[in-house]
Ligand binder design. Structure first.
Ligand code: DAK
Length: 290
């Protein structure tokens, strides 16, 4: 059976070629990670796979540090145009690590803002991030999935914000992002009951951009979309992501103005000339990413 290599702390692991997310390992200069694997499955695509199977990818600090490190490396790497974050078939992530946080004091939580890094690195990522969700995406796992720019999932994925059952509430943006995505009526019901919802419902309600039959198709679909995005001008993609994200923060009038400013600004880029000239000449654009 043919096989590919992926990087792990121990070096490289052979995995069967039939699995969808196999790929050449990411740069040999990259560190070996213990709780994630990192690879480049297609040109321009970075793939980060959460890999803490015994705890269903529960989000604890060491995993967060590795995820932040990998995202920063892809962000700085000119050959990467978009990143996919995924987990296993059983769990994207079953939430923040309850065992890590159960004894924290108010001073630990508020004073040291221990969860801050989870939101910081996603906000700092200007290149698009696609989250490919299979299995459980609960609590902080659901919130991490929603932090991506595009969310894909398989039908059987299990989303939820069950924090209410633990005596707390969502703390990584869940009450805000879920409400903006699916509306107050459903979000309020889900946050107050802690009930799960399926991948099929996530797509019906507008949280997921696409739903797939199987986990493998979900990861493949996310990689294909990332590859397509990576084939465009990086500078135009960055501006387009910024414009759409601003729509979640600004009023409509300010949003129009911000979009127009970005649009006008792109006329100062080489890629605007390259793209429009190529269209006029019936050629394929060769982007400079400048
Ligand atoms: N944390 C730690 N360990 C977890 C975990 C989690 N969230 N989820 C699962 N595990 C561990 C289990 O303890 C178990 O470990 P061992 O007992 O084998 O050592 C292993 O993963 C397998 O789990 P199960 O045996 O429970 O597997 P099942 O298939 O039976 O059940 C399940 C799967 C996902 C339904 C179940 O594990 C479950 O209910 N897990 C907890 C889900 C949950 O409540 N998630 C929300 C966590 S709260 C903050 C901001 C945000 C947050 C916190 C602070 N600030 C701003 C300060 C976020 C909070 C959350 O996410």
């Amino acid at each position: 059976m043919s096989a590919f290599r992926i990087s792990t702390r121990a070096g490289y692991t052979l995995i069967p070629a039939s699995l969808p997310r196999v790929a050449r390992p990411y740069s040999s200069a990259a560190p070996s990670f213990e709780h994630i694997t990192v690879s480049t499955p297609k040109p321009g695509v970075g793939l980060i796979t959460l890999n803490r199977p015994k705890a269903l990818n529960a989000l604890f600090t060491p995993l967060g540090l590795e995820l932040g490190d990998a995202l920063r490396r892809f962000e700085k790497d000119d050959s990467i145009g978009a990143t996919v974050i995924t987990g296993s078939e059983k769990a994207f992530a079953a939430g923040a690590d309850i065992k890590e946080m159960k004894d924290k004091s108010f001073a630990d939580a508020y004073g040291r803002d221990f969860i801050q890094m989870w939101t910081d690195f996603v906000h700092a990522t200007k290149k698009p991030v696609i989250t490919a969700v299979n299995g459980y995406a609960l609590g902080g796992g659901c919130e991490l999935a929603m932090m991506g720019d595009i969310l894909y999932c398989s039908k059987g994925a299990r989303f939820g914000q069950p924090e209410i059952k633990l005596g707390v509430l969502p703390g990584m943006g869940g009450s805000q992002r879920l409400t903006r995505a699916i509306g107050k009526a459903k979000a309020m019901e889900l946050v107050l009951t802690g009930d799960n919802f399926t991948g099929a419902q996530a797509e019906q309600w507008g949280l997921a951009a696409k739903v797939f039959e199987t986990p493998a198709e979900c990861v493949d679909g996310a990689i294909a979309t990332a590859e397509k995005i990576a084939s465009y001008s990086r500078i135009a993609v960055k501006a387009a992501k910024e414009a759409v994200n601003k729509s979640q923060e600004l009023g409509l009038r300010d949003g129009y103005d911000h979009e127009r400013t970005l649009f006008h600004g792109l006329f100062g880029s080489k890629d605007q000339k390259i793209g429009m000239t190529a269209f006029a000449n019936k050629e394929k654009p060769q982007w400079s990413h400048e």
